[in-house]
Design a protein around this ligand. Structure first.
Ligand code: N01
Length: 545
């Protein structure tokens, strides 16, 4: 038990509560805070040792958020009114301080059981309550079960032989030692070029002897454009924050910007070049999410953007071999159908002779030895530290991993074996009184986290309040509503270029996982309307009792 966690019954066995929330990141804290205000007794079960969710787990070198503040924070005035950031894109240490500040304001920890991993759960029909079991054998009974476990709760490892034989240090990014790893003067291998791999490579290259990046797919990185922020300039902007937070929910991805109302070829080549230049130079996701509105729909438009990106990027890479691996002339996939990482010196640090990139599509890894990594061309490269930045069984992996059973005793992992079915991306047929956010078939990976959890959180909270007000003890999604939602999620996605790319958005990063769109691609405003329509029409798509 965690001595800092608060009141004495936090770790009690046979806990009875109104609402059991799993996960103490942005989503879980929001739900707890708002539901408490409505008088519900709430408890959070959290597998980690502190608040922050992904920012509790992510402490690998260079871990930093890629949505800028204040877009990446709560809209709650009691949190932002006396909080200031030091950088536009804060690192994990500052994000952890933000959660300390949140704790000071909202007093969350007294109702959190840390070090508590949920391993079983079923809905008990006679009492209309969830019975939840934890890894260390405690049980809890709760009217509602709310899952706020995020999209990256189950880490993914490559299936290479010998991973356990390596004699140096080897860590997955999401399980990096909290005290850090001293990489000074060491030879580092970074496996994977998602946002995580790019960040680890950039940061470790500052002190390591060498950094070798193992790349399967080139990341179409965009410039971060980090900026130091002063307290004065933030203070001045705060009177505009309420409007700012309202406006962020009117954009496709819950950001401060949106796609422009023009198609790529509406502009002349000169206008287009100038537009691309400006968006690229602004940094962050502007070249992605504030690009022409046909970027993610039209192949030719997308290719135009890719060619611009490749021109800009190739010009920065001095070695022709590295250039063709990192920024090939032919796109590895449509631009933006995998999340672009944000970089500051990724290509520059790879220009240095001691650092290298290995194309593991051309020469796959065959084994990890005691001293290093062997590829199919017979080369053994030796290392002191291996950083596995190989991602997650994203979106569905965490929820399938909790031993949750439906009313007929079927596990969620079984229900979702051949594909994912949800209602509104927040509820599942056969799982009464259970809701989840920032997960399957919600706006999740296509949205800014705090924006998404506030939209979904408010809907869940309003729904639970309605159930209490109307003395309803039981709510379940219908099978028909699930079929309909899956159809919508698929149709929206099929209009875009996303299905053509093997990404974790499509479940394609995990061997054997069904290939399907795991996120709602209609944008946050349309999503919110769909959810509100259901609630306002007497909880359409649900049965209640
Ligand atoms: O994971 P990823 P991540 N053999 O899945 C490669 C958020 N995030 O941890 O592309 C060889 O994106 C894989 O290759 P490929 C953000 O939303 C945000 O980086 O599948 N390689 C890929 O290159 C992000 O999208 C921030 O061909 C293997 C990499 O590993 C999400 O989290 C920071 C492999 C995995 O990339 C996940 O990011 C970090 C194998 N067997 C994360 N398996 C910020 O806010 C996988 N790969 C900045």
């Amino acid at each position: 038990a965690n001595p800092t966690a608060g009141d004495n019954d936090t770790y009690e066995n046979n806990l009875e509560t109104d609402v059991l929330i799993v996960g103490a990141g942005f989503g879980g804290i929001y739900l707890m805070h708002k539901l408490r205000q409505l008088g519900f007794k709430c408890k959070i079960y959290e597998a980690g040792k502190s608040l922050g969710g992904i920012w509790h787990w992510n402490c690998y070198p260079g871990a930093r958020v890629d949505s800028q503040v204040p877009v990446y924070e709560y809209s709650l005035p009691e949190i932002w009114e006396d909080w200031t950031w030091s950088e536009r894109y804060p690192g994990f240490a500052e994000l952890r301080k933000y959660f300390d500040h949140v704790e000071k304001k909202l007093d969350i920890k007294k109702d959190v059981a840390f070090d508590t991993r949920v391993t079983s759960g079923h809905f008990d029909k006679p009492s209309s309550k969830w019975i939840i079991g934890t890894e260390d054998g405690r049980t809890a009974k709760s009217r509602y079960l709310l899952l706020a476990t995020g999209f990256a709760a189950k880490r993914h490892f490559p299936d290479w032989p010998g991973l356990d034989k390596f004699k140096g240090e080897i860590h997955h990014s999401s399980f990096w030692p909290n005290e850090g790893v001293d990489v000074t003067g060491k030879r580092i291998a970074v496996i994977g070029t998602g946002s995580t791999g790019i960040q680890i490579s950039m940061e470790t290259s500052k002190t390591a002897k060498s950094v070798t990046v193992y790349q399967r797919t080139a990341n179409l990185c965009l410039p971060l454009q980090q900026k130091q922020l002063t307290a004065e300039e933030q203070q001045k902007r705060k009177e505009k924050y309420p409007k700012f937070f309202e406006d962020r929910l009117t954009t496709f991805a819950g950001f401060q910007y949106d796609f422009v109302e023009r198609n790529t070829f509406d502009d002349t080549p000169e206008e287009r070049e100038a537009f691309y230049e400006e968006r690229f130079a602004n940094g962050g996701f502007e070249f992605w999410l504030a690009n022409y509105k046909d970027l993610l729909f039209d192949k030719k438009a997308n290719r135009e953007a890719y060619d611009f990106w490749a021109r800009k990027t190739r010009a920065r890479i001095t070695d022709p071999r590295k250039r063709d691996i990192l920024a090939p002339l032919e796109p590895p996939h449509a631009f933006g159908t995998k999340r672009p990482a944000l970089e500051t010196n990724f290509y520059d640090m790879l220009n240095r002779p001691e650092n290298d990139v290995v194309d593991i599509k051309a020469t796959p890894v065959v084994e990890v030895t005691e001293t290093g990594i062997k590829t199919a061309d017979g080369t053994l490269r030796e290392f002191d530290v291996i950083a596995l930045a190989t991602g997650f069984d994203s979106v569905t992996g965490g929820m399938k991993n909790m031993g949750l059973k439906d009313v007929d005793g079927v596990e969620l992992s079984e229900k979702w074996k051949m594909g994912t079915w949800t209602n509104l991306g927040m509820s599942c047929n056969g799982y009464p009184n259970m809701f989840f956010l920032y997960g399957a078939q919600g706006p999740t990976a296509f949205s800014n986290g705090p924006s998404c959890v506030e939209v979904q959180g408010d809907w869940i909270i309003d729904t639970i309040k309605k159930l209490r007000d109307e003395d309803i003890k039981y709510i379940d999604s219908t099978k028909e509503a699930e079929e309909e939602w899956r159809r919508k999620v698929t149709e929206l996605s099929d209009k875009t270029l996303f299905p053509g790319t093997s990404s974790w958005y499509m479940g394609a990063n995990i061997p054997g996982k069904p290939r399907e769109q795991l996120n709602y691609a209609g944008g946050l405003p349309l999503y919110e309307k769909e959810c509100r329509d259901s609630l306002n029409n007497g909880l359409q798509g649900f049965v209640t009792a």
